[in-house]
Ligand binder design. Structure first.
Ligand code: B12
Length: 134
């Protein structure tokens, strides 16, 4: 039976202008066999709407501009509201060390700072094993 490919929505959180990291990671996940939808810049409500429309397994949030503590937990909250908690959320970008645990407590599955290896990111995303029933 054909293995179901993990679908990932990659977005830049809010108005974050740092596109390079999200592009690098999106390409790496794609090259690792995942289906990646690149959503550009989006606010939490749009992110959740796109994720539901596209039936993704994982949402990848990217931000280096310091908006993570407000906007990232909002994405998790809205997923819960839509009863779509099975969609896992991972975050990457610049995060002060003290915020990593706070983000995890708020329901972000994984947090990747600058310099994270692409190999590690791929294996962590794969290990979320969130492929949803068709
Ligand atoms: C280039 C750059 C810019 C460019 C961005 C263009 C581009 N190339 O994307 C421009 C000039 C636009 C820019 C603007 C700004 N920048 Co700037 N920028 C940088 C810089 C020098 C490099 C970023 C980069 O491209 N890194 C290379 C990529 C490959 O790495 P990365 O993005 O970190 O991605 C890795 C991980 O973070 C992770 N990752 C990232 N996203 C995701 C997503 C997922 C799902 C996953 C799993 C992993 C993941 O995986 C990647 C691989 O390891 C950094 C300093 C630095 N060395 O990080 C500052 C930096 C990020 N910028 C900073 C600032 C302050 C700004 C501005 C606010 C400046 C200003 N006053 O206008 C604006 C932001 C405006 C906005 N609306 O966002 C600060 C952020 C401080 C903070 N948050 O604490 C930094 C850290 C510089 C500093 N030391 O002060 N910037």
């Amino acid at each position: 039976m054909e293995k179901q490919r993990i679908r990932v929505l990659m977005v830049r959180l809010g108005m974050d202008a740092h596109w390079r990291g999200s592009m690098v990671v999106a390409r790496a996940l794609r090259d690792a066999g995942m289906e990646v939808i690149y959503g550009g810049n989006q606010m939490p409500a749009n992110i959740v709407r796109t994720a539901l429309q596209e039936g993704v397994d994982v949402i990848g949030l990217s931000s280096l501009s310091g908006n993570h503590m407000i906007l990232a937990p909002e994405v998790v909250k809205l997923l819960k509201k839509e009863k779509a908690e099975d969609i896992k959320v991972v975050f990457g970008g610049t995060v002060p060390p003290g915020d990593v645990e706070k983000l995890k407590k708020a329901g972000i599955a994984e947090v990747f700072g600058p310099g994270s290896s692409l190999k590690t990111i791929i294996s962590r995303v794969e290990s979320l094993k969130t492929v949803r029933a068709a």
